[in-house]
Design a binder for this molecule. Structure first.
Ligand SMILES: Nc1ncnc2c1ncn2[C@@H]1O[C@H](COP(=O)(O)OP(=O)(O)OP(=O)(O)O)[C@@H](O)[C@H]1O
Ligand SMILES: [Mg+2]
Length: 151
């Protein structure tokens, strides 16, 4: 499937881009966020939260595996950086199928437990404040989401 690319010039631009993408999100959508430490995964998640009408501050849940926020629909924010993929079933499906939007930072750590379809978003440093945001849709639903979000 095609990939979709966009260049961000500042944290604010990343936030606004994500907030606009959030307007097109539907219950059951799953976004995987990849990128090095400090790439902008949590900044992107904060934008999604804003776009979902969530008032509470979204923090990087480094010491908490999953945080749940209430907005236009629930947002489940997972950061699985500290988790080792033991292959043990930790019940992530309840979130993926839970009627909200799930965002997973460092999703490759739980690759055996991901749903069949998702949008993979990779954020890369290009310079001080420049980031490349590349999205790879896995499934038709996410092609549509990219068409709506990257136009
Ligand atoms: N264009 C940009 N988009 C996003 N963040 C940017 C950009 N330019 C600079 N930054 C800065 O980079 C940092 C990104 O931090 P953030 O917590 O979002 O990264 P992260 O990928 O979640 O890191 P971690 O892996 O530690 O959780 C922030 O300090 C932010 O201000
Ligand atoms: Mg983070």
């Amino acid at each position: 499937m095609n990939t979709y690319n966009w260049i961000s010039g500042s944290p604010e631009e990343t936030f606004t881009f994500a907030a606009k993408m959030a307007e097109h999100l539907k219950p059951g959508d799953v976004l995987l966020l990849e990128g090095d430490l400090g790439a902008g995964k949590t900044t992107f998640t904060k934008g999604i939260a804003k776009g979902l009408g969530i008032q509470r501050t979204v923090n990087s849940p480094t010491f908490t595996l999953i945080k749940e926020y209430r907005g236009r629909m629930p947002l489940y924010h997972m950061d699985v950086y500290r988790l080792e993929d033991s292959g043990e079933d930790l019940g992530f499906d309840e979130y993926f199928e839970g009627g909200g939007v799930t965002i997973v930072e460092w999703a490759h750590m739980i690759k055996d437990q991901l749903p069949d379809e998702y949008l993979e978003i990779s954020i890369r440093h290009l310079g001080d404040n420049r980031r490349s945001i590349e999205a790879k849709p896995n499934g038709k639903r996410y092609v549509l989401l990219c068409e709506e979000s990257f136009s």
